[in-house]
Ligand binder design. Structure first.
Ligand code: SF4
Ligand code: FES
Length: 382
């Protein structure tokens, strides 16, 4: 026989006015019920509704900690009512206090309006779609390694119970703050190895790093993580997002330059993988071509202008040789790639005459320079 205890449930009631338009002032109502050690708080509420007051209102569905709909505050802590036993939370005076979740409008009794947190979760675009790849590649399987999957496992466990929103003091003060749940969801899709080229990824980062309602409001109190019934750790997710957001904000101006001046497609240079570079050969070629300009510049400085080397370099002969060949190969590669990458990615749809004049002048003068440098190296300067 299971031991039973007579418990007083102190339930905060929010009743509606007769016309159902407004809430009356809240008050605590006491109910007594004998429960055994296997009775959850949700089961106790159901019994009270059936035996004591049919108007007692609360939300529930799965009754097994999966759907997240039975969130409420029990003895001052946000919990899932179906996941805790009355005997485990009973106070010394044999009472259990039950209130609705905080920081959200009350609909009735223990039922809160979770539209705002839900909309915030929707706003971070919690999905990825291959169709939105910038290069319009056809759909194909996107396998994940166990390691890549493990990176998002924790955040994937979120059941949208909104306990974290109830516990978050920042959200309590400022409803514009995106909040722990939406931050966790955003992190889950940002850290996902799939869909890295998707436009959602860029838009999501823009959204969560925006000054008005982004992630920066989080002051790392950590209450969200301590109440999460799924050990999701929203506080950690938000801090990791801050790092990602900072990198995104830092490289965004650079990305704009490349996107506006040279590349027709957006360039996800915040998180390019080796396979991304290989799939986007034009962009790879563009960067390699621009890098080769370093060799040309070195060549020009050390060879054409005949500057003296710093005393640090003792083996002048081998350094000179290295710079010559490095510069020569760079210049040759830069000039040859003009026909492939240079022209392809910098030509507007209908090039003007002056644009074409500039491009060809650059090409011809480049080849004249290379020829001069080569000949002068072989036969002496003239
Ligand atoms: S992060 Fe945890 S507490 Fe917040 S909504 Fe998800 S499961 Fe609930
Ligand atoms: S009823 Fe589904 S989590 Fe409690």
């Amino acid at each position: 026989m299971a031991t039973t205890l007579k418990i007083t449930f102190k339930i905060k009631r929010y009743k509606k006015t007769a016309d159902e338009k407004f809430l009356k002032a809240p008050y605590f109502e006491n109910f007594k019920l004998e429960v055994d050690k296997n009775t959850t708080v949700l089961e106790a509420l159901k019994k009270l509704k059936a035996l004591e007051d049919g108007s007692l209102t609360f939300r529930s569905a799965c009754e097994m900690g999966m759907c997240g709909s039975c969130g409420m505050i029990v003895n001052g802590k946000p919990v899932l009512a179906c996941s805790i036993y009355c005997h485990d939370v009973i106070k010394k005076d044999k009472t259990i206090t039950i209130e609705p979740l905080q920081n959200m409008p009350i609909i009735k009794d223990l039922v809160t309006d979770i539209d705002d947190p839900l909309n915030k979760m929707r706003s971070v675009m919690p999905y990825w779609d291959q169709k939105s790849k910038t290069n319009n590649e056809p759909k194909k399987a996107c396998p994940q390694t166990p390691k890549e999957k493990a990176r998002i496992d924790e955040a994937t466990g979120c059941i949208k119970c909104m306990l974290c929103y109830s516990a978050c003091p920042v959200y309590g003060q400022d409803k514009n703050f995106i909040g722990p749940g939406a931050g966790t969801l955003a992190y889950r899709y940002e850290a996902d190895s799939r869909g890295i080229n998707s436009t959602e990824k860029q838009q999501r980062l823009d959204k969560i790093t925006s000054e008005e309602n982004g992630i920066w409001g989080c002051s790392f109190v950590g209450d969200c993580s301590s109440v999460c019934p799924k050990q999701v750790d929203p506080a950690k997710a938000l801090q990791l997002l801050k790092i990602k957001g900072s990198i995104h904000a830092a490289i965004k101006p650079l990305k704009k330059i490349f996107t506006c001046t040279s590349l027709n497609s957006s360039l996800p240079i915040n998180n390019p993988t080796a396979s991304w570079w290989l799939q986007n050969k034009t962009t790879l070629g563009y960067f390699l071509r621009e890098l080769s300009a370093i060799g040309i510049t070195l060549w020009a400085i050390f060879y054409v202008l005949n500057l003296s080397f710093p005393p640090l370099f003792t083996n002048l002969q081998s350094l000179t040789n290295f710079i010559f060949w490095f510069g020569f190969i760079s210049a040759l590669g830069h000039s040859i790639s003009w026909f492939w990458v240079g022209l392809k990615i910098t030509t507007p749809p209908s090039p003007s005459k002056s644009f074409l004049f500039l491009k060809f002048t650059g090409l011809i003068s480049g080849w004249i320079l290379i020829s001069y440098l080569l000949i002068s190296n072989l036969y002496g300067k003239f």
